[in-house]
Every structure is written in C-alpha cells, then in structure tokens.
Design a protein around this ligand. Structure first.
Ligand code: PMP
Length: 383
C-alpha cells in the first residue's frame, strides 16, 4: 500500500527516530535538575531551541516548545485573547481555518469575546483588504493560516502582515504555518508575523511535538501553569528527546525546502493531470502548495473513492484527517461555494519527499482505474 496522506502525517526520518531513541536511553535527565543529568538535558534543550530559531531566522527566546500545532494554535489564540482582554475582546479569523484555531475562537466567543469569521472566494482565499476592513478599535488578534490543509490554497500572509503592521500595529497576527513550513518560504520577521505555529509530525519529525514562535515583546496568558518551564508559557517537564527530534526535523525541512518543492510539485502536476482526465471530477486545489491535490465527484461519496483507491493500493484522505470521521461536508469546500455533495466528496492526496517517481505513476494509474470503475457504477445507477 502506497501512502499519499502526508498532510495528515508523515513517516519520520530515520535519523529522527534514531536520535529520539538514543536520547531516551541515555539522556533522561530533567532539564530543571541541578546535577549533571539535568545539566546535560538542559544543554540539549538549549541547542534544540537554537536550531529551531536559526531555521526560522528568529531568536531562541522566541521559540516555545509544545505538544503539537493544536496546542500552539490554542496557546496563540486563547493566550493572546486572555492576555490582552483589557485592550479589547474582538478576534478576526477565516472560515477555512483548522479546527484548532476555529474552535479556539468559538470557545472564546462563548466566553463573551466577539468574532469576525471572514468568508473566502471560490478559490479559498481571503484578501488583505477583507482583513483590514474587519479590524475594529477592540480587535486584539487576527489568525489566518498560510497553507490550507485540505486544499493547499495559500493565503496572502505577507500582504496581510504588512497591512496590519502599517495600519493596525497593536493588532497581533497569528499564522498557522503547519502546512507551509518546509514547503514554501516563510519570513516571520519580514512579514509582520507575531505568532507562528508549526507541527513536528508534518515535517517527518515525531508526533506530539510542535512549537510556537512568540515575537519578543508579545505576552501570552499560559494555558498550562505550574513549574515555569518554557519561559513561564507552558509548564511541564520538557520532553527533551522529542524536542531534539523536532529540532532535527525542523532543520532538515528548512534546508531541504527548495528540493522538496521542486520534486513534489512535479508529482502534484502529474496527479492533477490524471484527475483532469475524468471530466466528472472537480479539482478543488490549484497549483499553489506543492504537496496537496484535492478533488470531488459531485455524485460520488468520498468514502467510495477512498476505498476504491485503497483497493488499488493507494492510501489517501477524505477532507483532513482531523475531520474525516465527521459526517458533515467539509467546512472549507462549502465556504469555497462547492455544492453540499461536492463538499462531502472531497478526496485529498498529499505528497512528501519519501515518494519515488514510480509510486507517482502507480497512483496516476490507480486514479485512471478508479475513474473506469466509477463510470461503471455511474452507468448502473443512471441507466
Ligand atoms: N493546523 C493545520 C493546518 C494542520 O494541518 C494540523 C494537523 N492536522 C494542525 C494544525 C494540528 O497539528 P497537530 O496534529 O500537530 O496538533
């Protein structure tokens, strides 16, 4: 079975697995301890922070390690809203955000905050104008993702950040960069980003790891209080082996970004062409992110296509992994104006640098074969 669900999670690099295992065996000290074991663990933690900071071109003191991007997003959104409540209680986000941002905003709404949810156009984009028009005197935070996890659509982060910094410098700008880091250029300082989330397991690191960039000077209210770890922003003994594994993956993703994008976007184009061969299939993705293809069949359930592809040897996703067990249509595809059927029928194929050209050929053939089988089913249904 070939694995084409890299936007859900990726196979960790062998180097990452070996490093984590080795550190778990040998460096189990608590970085807060004062003896040699603690000192060694503390050094590893410090080095990991420096490596991540260098990959993002920021300062080590601006990196907070978390358990993944869900936590990073929760900490960014709720931490900023709670911290700056005296400034205002209005938040701006987009309808296509990941649930970890969207539901954090909704939770704040239930607590009395006001929320503006920006609609997107047919291609899934919001504009800097829309964001600027939504800002009020009491707006504290704008949260817009870089690359959408279902469709690969890219938001104009650079323009939004520039506009906010020029016209509304007090409004904080959070970006969920889970699907963009390691795939596209990311310039936190140049783009006016105050808070940036990424996840270890989407870049061939390990699950349960992530980080939040918090620009120097920005304060957050911690979600976990306790021993004061992570600059008082995230209490709990640091998982040093996993954090070092994360740092390794972050460095490899940053260094390999251009190679990744070149290889993977070529494969994406081959698969988009295979999808276009069947006029009944509607592409929901464009040629924006290098690693995601999304399509629907307006009359065919996504599960039928997914299981047909699985029988043909290819593991893909319906919607995103986080919401694929939910029966409702995709919020993202509905927001792009797709019909209820098409929005329920989205298939996402996502690539990584572990594939070979031969695997991509096999996937293209599987899509062709799926198309033939679906036509037979369609004929049976409609004749
Ligand atoms: N944001 C986006 C865009 C994602 O794709 C994901 C993973 N589905 C997350 C946040 C959550 O990341 P994690 O699995 O590390 O909690």
């Amino acid at each position: 079975m070939l694995y084409f669900d890299h936007a859900a999670t990726t196979p960790p690099y062998e180097e990452v697995v070996e490093t984590v295992a080795e550190l778990m065996r040998r460096h189990y000290g608590n970085p807060s301890s004062l003896h040699k074991y603690g000192e060694e663990a503390g050094q590893l933690l410090k080095r990991a922070r420096e490596v991540c900071a260098a990959a993002l071109a920021v300062k080590p003191g601006e990196i907070i390690f978390t358990s993944g991007a869900t936590e990073s997003n929760n900490l960014a959104v709720k931490g900023a809203a709670l911290q700056y409540a005296s400034r205002g209680r209005h938040l701006v986000t987009a309808v296509t955000e990941h649930p970890s941002v969207f539901e954090s905003c909704r939770q704040l709404e239930q607590m009395g905050y006001e929320l503006t949810v920006l609609p997107v156009d047919e291609e899934g984009h919001v504009s800097a104008e829309q964001v600027a028009a939504a800002i009020r005197k009491d707006t504290v935070l704008v949260s817009i993702m870089h690359v959408n996890n279902e469709t690969g659509r890219i938001q104009p982060i650079h323009e939004i950040g520039a506009r906010l910094k020029a016209e509304f410098p007090k409004v904080l700008f959070h970006v969920d960069g889970v699907q963009s880091f390691g795939k596209l250029p990311v310039k936190l300082k140049d783009w006016g980003i105050d808070l940036f989330s990424l996840s270890g397991h989407k870049i061939r690191g390990t699950k349960g790891t992530g980080l939040l960039y918090v620009r120097e000077g920005v304060k957050l209210s911690p979600l976990l209080t306790g021993g004061g770890q992570e600059f008082d922003l995230r209490a709990g003994t640091e998982n040093v082996p996993l954090i070092v594994g994360l740092a390794k993956a972050v460095r490899m993703a940053a260094e390999g970004r251009e190679r990744f994008a070149a290889a993977v976007s070529g494969w994406r184009d081959i698969i988009m062409e295979a999808v276009r061969q069947n006029p009944a299939l509607e592409l929901n993705s464009g040629t924006e992110a290098p690693h995601i293809v999304n399509f629907s069949h307006p009359a065919m359930k996504a599960e039928v296509m997914l299981h047909t592809l699985e029988l043909l040897g290819a593991a893909v996703s319906t919607k995103s992994a986080c919401s694929s067990r939910l029966a409702e249509p995709s919020r993202v595809l509905l927001a792009m104006g797709r019909s209820g059927n098409a929005a329920s029928g989205g298939i996402r194929i996502s690539f990584g640098d572990s594939h070979t050209a031969d695997e991509i050929r096999q996937l293209a053939l599987a899509i062709q074969e799926m198309t033939t089988r679906l036509k037979t089913v369609e004929r049976r249904l409609f004749e």
